[in-house]
Design a binder for this molecule. Structure first.
Ligand SMILES: [Zn+2]
Length: 246
């Protein structure tokens, strides 16, 4: 058991800093992260990059389980936002949270493959795939890899449906800008309701994506992590099981 504990501590997570890449112990990343299923139990999780319903059309590298991780600080703020959403008759529906660097690398590989347009009809029907990188829809770094950014929408508990935001998560286009003028008044009001709930609990919005919010006072502003997306407790149980079987 002692050896198992030591082995867990010895596992290194590859961590990329803004200055370059460095290897840090798990304690520098994993221990600072929590599972949203535990930290924000009222949230609905629909982890698109674990599924095949995303702009790539396949499971994204680094998403090993259909769960969501955030820094403890961002998760605590999200819990407060969730409690407010519930008081107002909604639930938060999470599409993505912490995103490993290897997932971002997967997006980059996909962006360079001009022939792979299998999900174009869902997420970028009006754009040529070749412009996605130059226009910034796909980038080499993502704020999500710092562990305090979340993509989400509101779910209406009365209707049992997602709130109408006048567009879908990960739609590549100006229609995703929160202040896009082409949506209806009601859709705009819904975007602003999500924004109000999130910003009143410490998150800042993004001008290009109505669903994207980052904790303003994020704990790891200069680190992008590359630990995989999986439930921490399950990792430990599996590690323990593996050890016993040896
Ligand atoms: Zn995002």
């Amino acid at each position: 058991m002692k050896m198992h504990f030591a082995r867990v501590l010895m596992i290194v997570a590859s961590v990329c800093t803004m200055a370059g890449c460095a290897n840090l112990r798990v304690g520098d990343g994993r221990d600072g992260f929590v599972s949203l299923a535990e930290a924000v139990p009222d949230a609905i999780l629909e982890i698109r990059y674990y599924s095949t319903y995303n702009f790539v059309g396949s499971r994204i590298d680094g998403y090993e389980q259909p769960c969501a991780l955030l820094s403890k600080e961002a998760a605590a703020a999200l819990k407060a936002a969730s409690d407010e959403a519930v008081r107002r008759g909604y639930r938060l529906k999470i599409y993505d949270a912490y995103r490993p660097q290897r997932a971002v690398a997967h997006f980059m590989r996909w962006a360079k493959d001009a022939n792979d347009t299998r999900m174009k009809y869902c997420f970028y029907p009006n754009l040529d795939k070749s412009v996605l990188f130059e226009r910034g829809y796909i980038a080499e770094k993502s704020g999500h890899s710092r562990g305090s950014t979340v993509d989400l929408t509101l779910f209406d508990m009365k209707t049992g449906k997602e709130v109408d935001m006048g567009g879908t998560f990960d739609w590549f286009g100006v229609e995703s800008h929160p202040d896009y003028k082409g949506v209806t008044e009601k859709q705009y009001a819904n975007r602003m309701l999500l924004r109000e709930i999130m910003t009143s609990h410490g998150f800042k919005p993004l001008a290009e994506e109505w669903w994207h919010f980052t904790l303003a006072d994020e704990p790891y502003p200069d680190i992008c992590f590359d630990i995989s997306v999986r439930e921490e407790g399950r990792v430990k149980r599996e590690e323990g099981k593996g050890k016993r079987e040896e």
